[in-house]
Write a protein that binds this ligand. Structure first.
Ligand SMILES: CC(C)(COP(=O)(O)OP(=O)(O)OC[C@H]1O[C@@H](n2cnc3c(N)ncnc32)[C@H](O)[C@@H]1OP(=O)(O)O)[C@@H](O)C(=O)NCCC(=O)NCCS
Length: 168
């Protein structure tokens, strides 16, 4: 998937240094669960992603976001395919590239792939209530927040393929 400034593509083993540079950054981890991956874990993860069937269900599919100008992988987007028709999306980007529209640009292309190529019919996403960047990005992409009480944990969002296609 190519956009004006980015390529969204499968990971390769050559991406491990770029991947480690952002996924272990405390500013990226702030609202993410779990510990950052060690260099060995990251290498195993990228090796597995590189050969994963893109339609495999009950699996997380991470895609590298490569910055055309620098050639660097500056983040990733991904989808957990719950089933052939349902996926939960996520994203993380290097802090040096935040606030410049890169996540939105990558996710517009990625959602087109998820809905039109993979044939997913319903996309969900979740984020910490305090994660304003993620919540804003999801809503700019057209996902709508589920009604929730203040006692609920993470915010949850939905978008159907029909809603996506009906967007201007
Ligand atoms: C969430 C994240 C991917 C956003 O990346 P980004 O490249 O900075 O986002 P964009 O520049 O494309 O901005 C998308 C929208 O969110 C808004 N936004 C970005 N950062 C924001 C912030 N800190 N607070 C409020 N809104 C913010 C932008 O203004 C933009 O809205 P607009 O189109 O109306 O201007 C990035 O902050 C990140 O990697 N965070 C750490 C990892 C993470 O929390 N991932 C999500 C887990 S659920």
């Amino acid at each position: 998937m190519r956009t004006d400034r980015l390529v969204v593509r499968r990971f390769t083993m050559a991406d491990v240094d770029d991947f480690c540079a952002y996924q272990s950054d405390p500013r990226v981890r702030k609202f993410l669960q779990g510990a950052p991956q060690s260099a060995e874990e990251a290498a195993r993860y990228l090796a597995a992603q590189a050969v994963l069937d893109e339609r495999a269900t009950s699996a997380w599919h991470g895609y590298a976001v490569q910055h055309l100008e620098s050639g660097k992988v500056i983040g990733d987007v991904g989808v957990y395919l719950v089933s052939a028709g349902e996926g939960d999306v996520g994203f993380q980007f290097h802090p040096a590239f935040h606030g410049q529209g890169y996540a939105r640009e990558a996710m517009v292309a990625f959602l087109r792939y998820v809905f039109d190529i993979l044939g997913v019919e319903h996309v969900t996403a979740g984020c910490d209530r305090a994660n304003a960047a993620s919540s804003t990005l999801l809503q700019r992409l057209g996902l709508h927040p589920r009604p929730a009480s203040p006692d609920d944990g993470d915010l949850r969002f939905d978008l159907t393929r029909d809603e996506w296609r009906a967007q201007p």
